[in-house]
Design a protein around this ligand. Structure first.
Ligand code: HEC
Length: 247
């Protein structure tokens, strides 16, 4: 084998893989064509995903701190797994109220983001719909959703965070979600103190409060709700969705 054939062979084996796995998908994702809310109606508006600037900065902090190593943001297509039925993962489902926002992830859910935060492994829960869960956890724990997220960022092993309907606490001392203490500062206590001060950390003269990073990351986490109305062709949901929920 000459060096030339060797080099061509190397280029072909790595180049083809790079084309198929990186270049083609990246080109396709960055040029998503607009989709009409209703394909049959000529005057129908186009689907527009709404994300605010602060949320985009939150996504960058999420990426920089490696949250995607353990958290996915991807509800798989049903032919690859039964994720639509996982409780509170794919959306909210309340039969009595007639609410059902469960659906698979669409590639349009990442539109306009620098990176699709699909995630590497699912060590912790999928966060596609964490915004809804944060509201539920916060209500049972008796705090605001933002406060709940701050408390979790500061100390994920806080067993006061997951409270059952009858007030029973869940032991979280096993959690390997890394604490983000670098996003909090110890401040002098002034007057009544900060409304987002971390519980149990306030002394006579100091309190622990979230810094800008924690505030932005929290805003981002609270917006993680895949419940906007999608055009029919993107709202992937299997037809027999009304099946018993699985955990
Ligand atoms: C080493 C893996 C790992 C990394 C990295 C990680 N987490 Fe976690 N996370 C977990 C595990 C496991 C849980 C479940 C236990 C718990 O609630 O603490 C969890 C739970 C959570 C929850 C609560 C979700 C729910 O619905 O119960 C949030 C919010 C969260 N993580 C945010 C983050 C953020 C933000 C980052 C990045 C700064 C991050 N995690 C990085 C493993 C990880």
């Amino acid at each position: 084998m000459t060096i030339k054939t060797f080099l061509i062979g190397m280029l072909a084996s790595f180049g083809v893989a790079w084309m198929c796995i990186i270049a083609i998908p990246a080109a396709k994702m960055s040029a998503l064509s607009p989709v009409k809310m209703n394909v049959e109606d000529e005057d129908a508006p186009y689907y527009q995903r709404k994300v605010a600037g602060r949320v985009m900065s939150g996504a960058a902090i999420y990426g920089a701190n490696g949250c995607y190593y353990c958290h996915t943001q991807l509800i798989r297509p049903t032919y690859l797994g039964r994720q639509i039925w996982r409780k509170d993962a794919a959306g909210i489902y309340d039969k009595d109220e007639g609410i059902d926002t469960r659906r698979e992830t669409s590639h349009y859910d990442y539109k306009d983001e620098d990176f699709a935060r699909v995630g590497r492994m699912r060590v912790g829960p999928d966060l596609s719909n964490f915004g809804h869960r944060a509201e539920m956890y916060a209500a049972t724990a008796g705090m605001s959703p933002a406060q709940w997220v701050m408390e979790h960022l500061y100390n994920p092993r806080n067993s006061e965070l997951f409270v059952g309907n009858e007030g029973q606490k869940t032991d979280m001392s096993w959690s390997n979600c890394p604490s983000q203490k670098q996003m909090f500062d110890e401040n002098n206590l002034n007057g009544q103190g900060d409304s987002l001060a971390i519980s149990g950390q306030t002394t006579e003269s100091t309190e622990v409060i979230p810094n800008e990073q924690a505030l932005i990351l929290t805003s981002y986490l609270l917006t993680l709700k895949r419940d906007d109305i999608l055009p029919d062709m993107l709202a992937n949901k299997p037809k027999d969705v009304d099946v018993k929920e699985e955990n």
